[in-house]
Design a protein around this ligand. Structure first.
Ligand SMILES: [Zn+2]
Length: 415
């Protein structure tokens, strides 16, 4: 654009360019120059101005000025928009640049972060990692735009694992999501360690293996979820990889939850137990395969994702009804197991519905950006449901171990 070419013209007309200036100028024009359509970005103009000022001062012969130029360039690097060269500006992004002007102070126009690896050579890692600021949804690159009902407080792309992990301690739209499942994961690791370390006279090895399937499902699910929410802003590739792992984790939690329930529910009925466990494995593998499909994580497919996992979970209604008919609807064992199972189902269904509908932020866009958004409620409900399930299967196990000697001989599988 005109402003930049004017500045460059003035720059070129300066006779006493030395090496330092050339270096700074090159940095400025390669990193900040023109966008694809020849429009100068605000950063480019500022940088060129800084270079000009540096040129004049160097011309006057001061050695300290060279330092100043680099300081200025560093400052500008820190303030620059935070996506890498691979995210070339599109017509849509140009619209966003215009939008920047309309944003108030708190919106902090742009995603200010030096995001290309070569920037780290100019700026120390510590400064680089601390330099980013939260940004508006409209200033996010396309691959980070997920929920348009959350307006402010988004992390910009942070293409370093260290910066992503450090962002755990900053306040942004993912803080609540990260901490809910990090704490949930730690809690389940604690419960699992306690359970597994009990002496075998108290809890038999067989019980530990059956409960172990549930613990693995819960820990892997919450752990992958924590990792996804922490690293989703790293890059397109990492975001995609960890979102797939996040969905696989949900499938594993559902599979792991079925194992002890079917084991204790059909304690003395070998055939239905094996059949149901096989069906659960097949459904689990199917949902993992669907999760690995690239398009599955697209924002528009949110209802499909909720639907896949909800129907997988709700397929448990079939063995539950079978079990109740077999055991008697109002037997002590039925009441113990079904009550908790129904509560768990309600928690999961509520969570999945809130997730799919994006309530409450849908009703009050921009009001739940940091705390109280649907995804955080969904996370808390998942943890609550997992603990309810743990309590339910513990009661079932206790009942079976104390009262239930299998009176009928183990049935052979007949087809
Ligand atoms: Zn999540």
């Amino acid at each position: 654009m005109d402003s930049e070419s004017n500045l460059l013209e003035r720059h070129n007309s300066t006779n006493d360019l030395n090496d330092a200036e050339v270096e700074v100028k090159t940095t400025a024009s390669t990193k900040f120059g023109m966008d694809a359509l020849g429009h100068a970005t605000a950063d480019a103009v500022t940088t060129t101005t800084a270079t000009m000022r540096g040129t004049n001062r160097i011309g006057s012969g001061s050695d300290e000025v060279e330092e100043d130029i680099f300081e200025e360039v560093k400052m500008i690097l820190r303030k620059r928009r935070g996506w890498g060269p691979e995210d070339s500006l599109s017509a849509n992004d140009l619209g966003l640049l215009e939008y920047d002007d309309e944003l108030g102070e708190e919106d902090d126009a742009g995603c200010p972060l030096p995001s290309t690896p070569e920037d780290t050579q100019l700026i120390e890692a510590e400064v680089w990692e601390a330099s980013w600021k939260v940004c508006h949804y409209k200033n996010l690159p396309k691959w980070l735009q997920d929920n348009d009902f959350l307006h402010r407080g988004h992390r910009p792309p942070l293409p370093s694992f260290r910066a992503c992990f450090k962002s755990i301690f900053r306040v942004h739209t993912e803080t609540g999501n990260i901490w809910t499942h990090l704490l949930g994961c730690i809690a389940f690791i604690g419960v699992a360690a306690y359970f597994i370390s009990r002496p075998s006279v108290e809890i038999q090895t067989q019980e530990k293996i059956v409960f172990g399937a549930f613990f693995i499902g819960a820990i892997v699910c919450l752990g992958f979820s924590f990792a996804f929410h922490t690293l989703s802003c790293h890059s397109v590739e990492m975001g995609r990889l960890f979102s797939k792992l996040d969905y696989c984790g949900i499938a594993l939690l559902i599979m792991g939850s079925f194992v002890p329930w079917l084991y204790y529910g059909f304690y003395c009925h070998y055939q239905p137990k094996v059949i149901y466990l096989s069906v659960v494995c097949v459904l689990g593998v199917l949902s993992i395969v669907v999760s690995l499909w690239d398009k599955f994580s697209e924002p528009g497919l949110r209802p499909l994702r909720a639907g896949v996992f909800m129907s997988f979970g709700l397929s448990g209604v079939i063995p539950a009804v079978h079990y109740s008919i077999m055991e008697g609807w109002f037997s002590q064992m039925s009441r113990a197991s079904l009550g908790w199972l129904i509560l768990m189902g309600l928690l999961y269904i509520t969570g999945a519905l809130l997730y799919a509908l994006r309530v409450p932020e849908r009703w009050f866009p921009g009001k739940f950006d940091i705390w109280g958004q649907s995804h955080q409620i969904f996370h808390i409900l998942v943890i609550a449901a997992a603990f309810v399930h743990y309590h339910g299967i513990s009661e079932m196990a206790m009942y079976r171990v104390m009262y239930s000697e299998c009176t009928v001989p183990i049935e052979p599988i007949t087809f």
